[in-house]
Design a protein around this ligand. Structure first.
Ligand code: PLP
Length: 397
């Protein structure tokens, strides 16, 4: 197929040329005296992305899912009780993992399209006078529905209930794109991965662990070996890894962190909010379609899940976009399969890249019989972006 491919799934995201070039390096000895400089730059750089002074970032050769498992097995004891909420496929899968690993889960069922129910977390925590709940889990950005939850409010609920449970946050599709604050929110484990806001290929599980969680890990009897925080901590202290790390991905991570630092993390976050608002203008004002996120307070800055009208299968729109327009859109997962499609607007992205995604999605919808006015999405997005101040990262001046 002539022309370039347009990748607009919410991860993996587009890898900037600068990062691709940085990864194209010959292999070298990961036990050499030169290696720790690379490891230290990556680990130190991650601390600013997690907004932490006291937390320990770890880089596992996995993806986000591996870091979910690491959080549970390092910090908890077999059979421990955890509190979580199910409002999309990824929050559900973490709950499923907890159960499969033998933990007892108090799962708050929430309508998909809403986010973490703070009042219900508070009620459960207040009722748990014996402190049987050892961890509260929350997915900051539910990628399946395009819903962002208020992690700070969950921390406040733990504090209001004077509950000592650890706070585990899934920031897989939030880190380096939506505000996340490890220290301010006293998060105990933040779970993420390389293939979204960090603009890298999949392959690194990126996580950050508080001193309180590391202390818990010293005595926790959860079974783990490859994902042991203690092994990683002692190897990282001298700039090495307990096993052979992926050098190209570490070179890529170093470059990604340099790019984020050059743009400035706050500018990166502002850019995501601005781009997302333009995409929503296309969906809501241009196409007159609904988002899966039911209220503005849940709108995600990294992914928009667009409900297709009754009688239309979202999977047909995605297939048409892929086969005819060389555009990859995100699918509806599990209980929203066929009912929506998703546009990822995270990582290395600007207005005109998103114009391609919006126009391609619109053409595919028209081909599939969705009644949207041709050109209406791009016009509404352009109107939003031209009327609003340009974030620093999108201007050469
Ligand atoms: N959590 C969220 C919110 C995700 O979006 C994903 C993947 O898209 C995961 C967890 C699983 O991460 P991974 O695919 O990197 O294992």
């Amino acid at each position: 197929m002539a022309g370039r491919h347009f990748l607009f799934v919410p991860g993996p995201t587009n890898v900037p040329d600068r990062i691709l070039r940085a990864m194209g390096a010959p292999m070298e000895d990961h036990r050499s005296s030169a290696f720790p400089a690379l490891a230290h730059e990556c680990l130190t750089g991650l601390k600013s992305i997690f907004k932490t002074q006291s937390g320990e970032p770890f880089i596992f050769p996995s993806s986000g899912t591996g870091c979910w498992e690491a959080a549970l097995t390092n910090c908890l004891n077999p059979g421990d009780r955890v509190l979580a909420s199910n409002f999309g496929q990824f929050s559900y899968l973490w709950i499923d993992m907890c159960r499969r690993l033998g933990f007892e889960v108090e799962a708050l069922e929430v309508e998909w399209g809403e986010g973490a129910p703070v009042d219900r977390y508070l009620a459960v925590l207040e009722a748990d006078k014996a402190h049987a709940i050892k961890a509260a889990l929350v997915c900051q950005n539910e990628t399946a529905t395009g819903v962002t939850s208020d992690v700070a409010a969950i921390r406040k609920a733990l504090d209001a209930a004077r509950h000592p449970a650890l706070l585990f946050v899934d920031a897989v599709s939030a880190l380096a794109s939506i505000d996340f604050r490890m220290d301010d929110w006293r998060v105990d484990v933040c779970v993420s991965g390389s293939q979204k806001g960090l603009m890298l290929p999949a392959g690194l599980g990126i996580t950050c662990v508080s001193q309180k969680a590391l202390e818990a890990a010293k005595t926790a009897k959860g079974l783990r070996c490859y994902f042991d925080y203690g092994d990683m901590l002692s190897a990282n202290a001298s700039g090495y890894f307990p096993y052979t790390p992926s050098l190209p991905l570490l070179y890529g991570l170093r470059e990604s962190l340099r790019m984020l630092c050059e743009e400035g993390l706050e500018n990166v976050i502002a850019r995501h909010a601005y781009l997302a608002a333009g995409v929503r203008a296309a969906i809501q004002s241009g196409w007159k379609l609904r988002l899966c996120a039911v209220e503005p307070k849940w709108y995600s800055a990294t992914v928009s899940a667009i409900m297709v009208p009754q009688g239309i299968n979202g999977a047909d729109v995605i297939a048409r976009a892929f086969k005819r327009y060389n555009l990859a859109l995100g699918a509806g997962l599990a209980r929203v399969a066929g009912r929506l499609f998703r546009i990822g607007h995270l990582g290395d992205c600007n207005e005109l890249m998103l114009m391609a995604a919006l126009t391609g999605a619109e053409m595919a919808m028209v081909d599939c019989g969705v009644k949207v006015a041709p050109g209406s999405g791009a016009a509404a997005a352009a109107d939003y972006w031209q009327r609003n101040a340009t974030p620093r990262g999108l201007s050469a001046q």
